[in-house]
Ligand binder design. Structure first.
Ligand code: SF4
Ligand code: SF4
Length: 84
């Protein structure tokens, strides 16, 4: 049977239970999330956001709430900083 809703392709970075999900098709490369992130977790690669240091993520959610295009989601582990 054909799927009615196509699942968007995602790029997922994981560290313990922490997950950062990017939907590249939605990302317009505006750089806002990279600039608001206080821990230098994100960077730009070929005009799309990418995760470069998920371990440093403080799970502040600033990137997710600042993205105008709903292109990045943070699934917090509930444990800030390094996951043991
Ligand atoms: S704020 Fe959103 S659209 Fe802009 S670079 Fe980040 S993920 Fe992409
Ligand atoms: S949740 Fe906060 S620390 Fe983690 S990537 Fe987003 S802005 Fe950076």
């Amino acid at each position: 049977m054909a799927e009615t809703a196509r699942k968007e392709e995602t790029v997922v970075a994981e560290y313990g239970e922490r997950k950062i999900v990017i939907i590249p098709r939605y990302c317009k490369g505006c750089d806002i999330c990279v600039k608001v992130c206080p821990a230098a977790v994100l960077d730009m690669k070929e005009f799309k956001v990418c995760v470069v240091d998920i371990e440093a993520c403080t799970e502040c959610m600033l990137c997710e709430v600042s993205c105008p295009d709903f292109a990045i989601e943070v699934h917090p582990s509930g444990k800030k900083g390094k996951v043991k």
